[in-house]
Structures are given as C-alpha cells and as structure tokens.
Design a protein around this ligand. Structure first.
Ligand code: G3H
Ligand code: 13P
Ligand code: ZN
Length: 321
C-alpha cells in the first residue's frame, strides 16, 4: 500500500470529527510501536519527522523504515515534515515524497512569515504536497532546536482570529498551527493549566465566516506529560523534576471537537520510551542486550499510542472511513 495523502486524511478527519495523531519518529522502535498500535486500533496515522530526526537517523533510513511500516500495515499513513525551518528543507522533503510539510515561520514578523510560507505553498502545490503554516508563538521552546537556538517565549503569543484569516488567505496554507496556550516539551506548565478553548472557537469561527470552511487547525505541544510516566522514570533512577506538567487530555478532546484535526505528540512518546528503558535497567542492572530494554520501551510506547488514538483523539476505528 502506498502512502496516503495528508490532504485526504484531513478531509476525513474533519468530516468524522476526530483528530489525527501526528507522532514523531526518530528510530525503528518508536516507529514500530506507533504503526503497530495504530494498526491494532485501525487508526489513520501521520508520521512526522523533524529536522533533528533527519540529522539523528539519516533521511534514507527514515524513508526505508516508513516504507516498511507502510507495507506491513493496512492503515492509511501520511508522512509530514515537522517544524521545517527553511524553504530549502521543505523543498527537499517534498522532493523526497513527503505528503505534507510544515513551514514554521512563527518566529518571523507577520509579513515575513506570509512571504516564506507562500513560497513553500507555491512549490508544494506544484508537486502534490500540502503545507502547514504556523501563526502565534507557543509558550516555551519555539521550534525543533528547542531552547538552545529556537528561542524561548515565556508567555507565548496567542494566535489572533483575524490574523489567522489574513494569514491563510494570503499564503494558501492547507492547515494552520495555532498557539492557544499549548507548549512543547515536558515542562510546559507549573501545576494545572488549560488551553484557551474560547480563542480556538473564535479562530475556527473567523475562518468559517470568511469563506474558508471547516478549516483544519493543528495543535502542537499536545503532550499531556502523564504523571504515571514521570513516576516510572523517577522511580527508576530518573530525575525529571516535580513541576513537569502537560496539556490536560480533556482539553485536547475539546480541541478535537472544535476542529483541531491534527494533534502533535512527541514528548509523551519519549517519556514512555525512557520509562521502559529505565525500568528494564533498574530491574536487571546486568542487562546489556539492547533488545532486553528496547522491547519493553517499545511496548510502553505502543500502550500510550493505543490510549491516545482510542480515548483522546478518537481516531480509532476510522482508518477505512
Ligand atoms: O516540536 C518538536 C518535536 O518534538 C521535535 O523535536 O526537534 O527534538 O526532534 P526534535
Ligand atoms: P510535545 O512536546 O507536546 O509532544 O509536542 C510535539 C510537537 O508539537 C511536535 O511538533
Ligand atoms: Zn511542534
């Protein structure tokens, strides 16, 4: 089975009122866990690859691993560039056959973000790919190089509904990542915090009122940093800090119902994977066969993805709609 186009997955997700899980892939075990869990749950899937993942694993390895996942499953799978930071990187991925790319110009002034995003859209649309733009700035680390080079925004810059309309109209982006209190990483907030769901509704309505229809919005930084995963890590020699907190899953569920058609999850996968490895090391300090600790790590990610697609994104059972 070939890749499925991101465009088709979005159309079905909006119609079915579920969200697509966009899960980050960096290695074989993560990919196997995600693909197998989605296959089991009959969930459509977006695999996303960051610039850092390409640097870590090599684009050719990632491409071949994804080809393997596609051939070993029956579910629709799309491949997306996460946080593309230049026209050149987006073009490279489009040329490699990615069904969608993100151009993240969210740190640029509005007009420059428009100019860069439009340039990517023009190329993508001539080459059968689609584009996710971003407007507003997430709380915390901004893009794929994190705090080191990506910049850091303490309070974030929330997306304005009128600007969202102007941005989509001016660029032609096919989906839009928005900032409504969402945040990347494991240290999103201190204590419980919520998304600005009223703002989300206002953005969705503004797009609809301006003739853009049931427009697909994207929620980055959507990991919930589950307490039980943090505990597994800390109980087995880790030290994540007590103030780790994420976006409540109940907020993600509302966001899905309002029209966030793509929900990005990476940190929760990392937590599950790390917890699995730490637990294996702790229970047998003599272990040195990587299969002995990577297998439980893979199983922990699989369990997490099953939960997300079934209970949070509600895309389970929609693979063949
Ligand atoms: O939002 C960013 C993703 O979690 C990718 O992170 O750049 O460390 O691969 P990365
Ligand atoms: P998390 O860090 O919340 O998993 O967000 C991932 C993400 O937005 C990838 O683009
Ligand atoms: Zn992101």
């Amino acid at each position: 089975m070939p890749l499925t186009h991101t465009r088709d997955l979005f159309a079905k997700a909006l119609k079915g009122k579920y969200a697509l899980g966009a899960f980050n892939v960096n290695n074989m075990e993560l990919l196997q866990a995600i693909a197998e869990a989605c296959e089991e749950k009959k969930a459509p899937l977006i695999l996303q690859i960051s610039k850092g993942a390409r640097k870590y694993a090599n684009p050719v390895y990632l491409k071949k691993l994804i080809e393997a996942a596609v051939s070993l499953t029956t579910i629709p799978i799309a491949v997306h560039l996460d946080h593309g930071d230049s026209y050149e990187l987006c073009k490279e991925c489009i040329d490699e056959g990615f069904t969608s790319v993100m151009i993240d110009g969210s740190h640029l002034p509005f007009e420059e973000n428009i100019e860069l995003s439009k340039k990517v859209v023009d190329y993508a649309h001539q080459h059968d790919s689609v584009v996710e733009g971003e407007l507003g700035q997430l709380v915390g680390a901004q893009h794929d190089e994190g705090e080191d080079t990506g910049g850091y925004s303490k309070s974030g810059v929330y997306t304005h509904p009128d600007e969202a309309v102007k941005f989509v109209q001016a660029t032609g982006v096919d989906s839009l990542a928005i900032a409504i209190g969402n945040s990347h990483g494991a240290y999103k907030f201190k204590g419980e915090q919520h998304l600005d769901l009223e703002r989300l509704k206002a953005i969705k309505k503004a797009l609809m009122d301006n003739g853009l229809g049931d427009y697909p919005l994207v929620l980055h930084g959507a990991s919930s940093v589950p307490k039980h995963l943090v505990k597994i890590i800390n109980d087995n020699g880790g030290n994540l800090g007590e103030d780790t907190a994420g976006v409540p899953e109940s907020d993600i569920e509302v966001a899905r119902r309002v029209g966030c058609a793509k929900v990005n999850i990476d940190t929760d996968l990392r937590l599950a994977f790390t917890g699995g490895i730490r637990k294996a090391f702790q229970s047998d300090p003599k272990v040195f066969d990587p299969r002995k600790y990577l297998d439980p790590a893979r199983e922990a990610v699989k369990e997490l993805v099953r939960h997300k697609v079934e209970n949070v994104l509600c895309c389970a059972g929609h693979a063949f709609d």
